[in-house]
Design a protein around this ligand. Structure first.
Ligand SMILES: [Zn+2]
Length: 367
């Protein structure tokens, strides 16, 4: 294992040779996160990269010191975030165990529910009424903690004089369906703070979204009627989060694509062409395929004279004998469209559907 001094110096070197311009850009734009690619770090110094995986809290702290050491045109508090962990660090939620605690992992899941973004005190400063000294207390629990004692001997009655706040948000994340084979999907709590709660990231981590979370597996004390149990839950203290879905607006359409799309739109046979291109190896089902094409493009929302809205989304119910290709067609379709999800049988009562239903309820004020 490399020594503490080495990690800091090595990381500073790494930043200067790979991310110096990004750092300058961040300062200019007033941003607070630097996202680094793990594979670059691994190539630069495998020992430092390994230490990051095994002792992320300590190592990220050293990274922080390294950033603070670099001369930047303006003072900025920048957090180091890491993306692209090696494959072996992708772990299923239901496989997280005690041995994984305090290590760095990547999990993939669907947001089932999310709290509002709320400010939380993470550091409180207390004043001793006897000697006047100031005592900083880190706040890690749900309840504000005052100092246990002062150096002068006083043990209680400290005054809260200052507190530092950070925005936080909790998510509950489920395993995606395609990796669960009928069993109940694993679920885990995920903690986001600071600039991981910006409106943009908030939108991407709202219920129903599929996300990749990189973070540290931490223990969460379980309380039984107000007292701490010996049992522990695991949660992920997030370092970096990114959407696994490609959203419509993020699809890149080149000029050439646009030209082709416009050409196709002029084609009087476009509807037949599209519907016959759905699962061409499955014979028949013309009406079903046509219906699916219409669903993929969606309808137009209507506003009634009295102000009520009829949404443009189309739902389809396909019934038929087993083994006639219904699922086959739908699986193919879910691969074609962004944010398409194929949900089947036992999984249907799981996260994704309830998540999207809840979201709808929130938006429309309930059924
Ligand atoms: Zn005192």
């Amino acid at each position: 294992m490399v020594s503490i001094m080495d990690v800091k110096a090595r990381f500073e070197e790494f930043l200067k040779s790979n991310y110096y311009n990004d750092l300058l850009q961040l300062c200019k734009e007033g941003k607070t996160s630097l996202v680094i690619d793990f594979s670059l770090l691994d190539r630069f110094d495998p020992m430092v990269a390994d230490q990051l995986l095994e002792e992320p809290e300590k190592t990220l702290g050293e990274f922080q010191d390294a950033i603070n050491n670099i001369d930047l045109p303006e003072y900025a508090e920048i957090t180091v975030r890491v993306r692209n962990l090696p494959e072996r660090r992708n772990i299923r939620i239901r496989n997280l165990r005690a041995k994984h605690l305090d290590k760095f992992f990547c999990i993939d899941g669907i947001v089932k529910s999310a709290s509002e973004v709320k400010p939380q005190v993470y550091l409180a400063v207390y004043k001793c009424p006897d000697c006047g000294s100031l005592i900083e207390v880190e706040q890690t629990g749900k309840i504000m903690r005052a100092p246990n004692f002062c150096e002068c001997g006083r043990r209680s009655g400290f005054q809260l004089v200052e507190k530092k706040m950070v925005d936080v948000r909790w998510l509950r994340v489920n395993e995606p369906f395609e990796i669960t084979t009928g069993e109940r999907p694993g679920e885990i709590a995920v903690f986001l703070k600071g600039d991981l709660t910006t409106p943009e990231i908030q939108r991407k981590t709202d219920p129903g979204n599929r996300i990749k979370i990189i973070g540290i597996a931490k223990e969460l004390p379980i309380r039984i009627s107000g007292r701490e149990s010996t049992k522990r839950d695991i949660y992920i203290n997030t370092n970096y989060v990114e959407p696994s879905d490609i959203e419509y607006e993020e699809l890149e359409i080149t000029e050439e694509d646009e030209k082709k799309i416009k050409e196709l739109a002029e084609d009087p046979k476009i509807f037949e062409k599209l519907s016959s291109s759905i699962a061409p190896t499955i014979y028949g089902f013309e009406e079903i395929k046509e219906a699916i094409v219409m669903q993929m493009f969606g309808g137009v929302p209507h506003k009634m004279p009295d102000g009520t809205r009829v949404r443009g989304n189309i739902h389809i119910l396909i019934t038929g004998d087993p083994g006639t290709g219904k699922s086959q067609i739908l699986k193919l379709v879910s691969d074609v469209i962004p944010r398409g999800k194929y949900v089947s049988g036992k999984g249907v009562t799981g996260a994704g559907l309830t998540a999207s239903v809840r979201k709808e309820e929130e938006l429309s004020g309930g059924p």
